[in-house]
Design a protein. Sequence first.
Length: 474
Amino acid sequence: MKLLLVEPPKDIWFIMGEYLPPPYGIIQLGAYVERELPDVEVEVLDCNAHKLDWSELRKHIEDARPDIVASSSLATCNTYEVARTLQTAKKADPDIFTVTGGIHFSFLSEESLEEYPEIDAIVRGEGEVTFTELIKRRISNLPLGDVAGLTYRDNDSIVKNPDRPLIEDLDTLPFPGYHLVKDIVHTYHFAAMGGREAPYALGEGGRGCPHKCTFCTQWRHWCGEWRVKSPSRIADEMEYIYKEFGSRFIWLTDDNFGPGDRAENLADELLKRDIGDDLMWFVQMRCDDVIRIKDTLPKMRRSGLQWVMMGVESPLSDQLARYRKGLDSSDAYEAVRLLKKNDIFTHAMLIIGDRKDTHETIENTRRFVDHLDPDFVVFTTLTPFPGTDIYDSAKEMGWIEDDNLFHYDMAHAVMGTETLSRREVQEELYKCYNHFYGSWGRRIRGILSTNELKRRINWYMAGRGIVVQLKELI
């Protein structure tokens, strides 16, 4: 049995700048399949890293002659590329069994099989065990009816099997399969965060989140549960990536690093390994969690934590309540202050396009960001991703005006507000970026900053022309 896992040719999200991330989902799947089914030949093909176009992808599939081709969607905006990948596989050989998964396809598994005849099966939710059991059935030519977590095509019917329970102990998972992309691992980079001098990798500290924000797909995808790896296991994984593959910048993919003493324990584990500032790591945290671990921040900084992204979302209490954030804008001010005090780069995420947003409330958001003064900010449009409470409401109320899934990237406005048209929301997004990144005073302060990352990213953003790119979306 030969398995080909494909990262399709696709556009990279331009908001964060020029970067090439490793295909973490499929290398994690590949490593699990290798361990459980050692007789299966596993290949990972990253079309972006290899710079393959669609015709070259087809040629590779024809030459490799796999039995199964799988491609996972990182986000809703990648849906069409995944479908095209599996369509390309079917054109290369109609007998290839095609599989996908990921959040979008998990929530719309039956609808997706109806819409995309090139897909044979969809792995819903957590993929490792379900995908491996699917391969076992294909090897033995057995029916798929008892594979929990699978939606599949059975002749002219679509069958949705019961859900699969989550893996209880994430420490039992293998390390991500970076060896499957070893020949290109040096190409993975994040220009704003260190360029090619700091090879970029992804790691995982946990899955899910204890919170239930209305715009977020993740908590539903992980069944409302938050599971974490032990600090020693996380540190082992980071050390493995650092030593074996030369990665110097590791982004923990956790949706929320979370509360508790795991931050200090992870810092202790990393400090024992004596890696220090040669390794830069990045996490996503809530503002209130940053405040809770304020006494631990100096130790985390010594262990290599140099960048924290926080979902600030809005300065308005009513919007935060509608998002079910459980935060106050004062939390954002204190969290930014604490991170700066510890020389940790602060990255704030803001959302515009709430149903109650007006020109005035969005202008208020811009003024709030001025006072907050994070090192880096990403403004996004409120996007109704399938699987979110926002999507359920927007679909029921008929608010969604754009069904082109390419535009579900948080940079395109796909719906308006009660008082703003979709175009006006798009214009306001441009104004947000122009206000923040067009400020010469902020640029000069950033370029002269004592924080190396802040200096680097201000030089980088000054030459990127992101404001011009966003204006073209209007």
